[in-house]
Write a protein that binds this ligand. Structure first.
Ligand code: ADE
Length: 249
């Protein structure tokens, strides 16, 4: 996959993109990433990229001519999404990330300050994505969140050890509890089933832990999850008043 990010602060990408799995993805040839400076596309001698909003009000707006020129210089194919990161966008979910992970190329556009001129949306943006219902000072952190969530889903990036199909949200549920050595820590023991060697029983226990955690923390997710008869039976058991009472009010 090839990802180009357009930003007024391209240096913000370096520390994340040059570490851990994002670095490995590039090292293994699975990802080609570049952050481009929008200012390089300013036409005047002051390299002006933003201006005051028509109609008054605070903040500065990124100029349409500069940003559209920057996007067009990347020559995105008609089928390449040109994604503006913005709090007004469609919410980033696992499903959105999985869809983007199938594509050969993404162009990410990061606004800063008050926003971008509306004509950029009309002329050059195909999609708008938000990472949550809060406002960041710019789209760079949101772009990095999107990149991480997408790139880890590209086959080969995490390797077999890091299979993503049991991730929280991958199947509509939260992941259940995990344990590693030692078997007893400060009096707390690892559930015996995990050391039993019964793979089918372990799988069933994990599924039930995922259902329990989802039911406790995000019960609304259960409405859209694909549930088996065994899952439903377990949820019925949980719903009996004495089972796993929540400590939250
Ligand atoms: N830019 C500013 N806030 C944002 C958000 N919540 N998501 C994506 N981009 C943003």
């Amino acid at each position: 996959m090839k990802i180009d990010a357009l930003s007024l602060f391209p240096a913000m990408f370096a520390s994340i993109m040059n570490a851990s799995m994002m670095w490995k993805a590039q090292d293994r040839g699975l990802l080609s990433f570049r952050a481009h400076d929008i200012r390089d596309y300013a036409a005047d001698k002051h390299r002006q990229v933003d201006d005051a909003p028509y109609g008054g009000g605070g903040g500065m707006i990124i100029k349409p001519d500069v940003l559209v020129r920057a996007i067009e210089a990347l020559r995105p194919a008609t089928e390449t999404p040109v994604i503006l990161l913005s709090p007004q966008g469609k919410l980033l979910t696992h499903q959105v990330a999985a869809q983007l992970a199938q594509l050969p190329r993404l162009v990410l556009v990061c606004g800063h300050y008050e926003g971008v001129d509306e004509r950029v949306r009309q002329l050059a943006i195909t999609d708008e994505i938000s990472i949550g219902d809060y406002v960041l000072t710019g789209g760079e952190l949101a772009a990095l969140v999107l990149i991480d969530s997408v790139v880890r889903l590209i086959p080969g990036v995490l390797g077999a050890q890091g299979a993503t199909d049991r991730d929280s949200h991958a199947d509509g549920l939260l992941e259940g509890a995990h344990y590693t050595r030692p078997p007893v820590y400060r009096g707390l023991t690892v559930p015996a089933i995990l050391t039993s060697g019964h793979h089918a029983e372990v799988a069933r226990w994990r599924r039930r832990q995922a259902l329990l955690r989802t039911w406790q923390r995000r019960p609304e997710l259960l409405k859209n999850a694909a549930l088996t008869d065994d899952d439903r039976e377990w949820l019925r058991q949980l719903q009996r008043p004495s089972a796993a009472p929540s400590l939250l009010t």
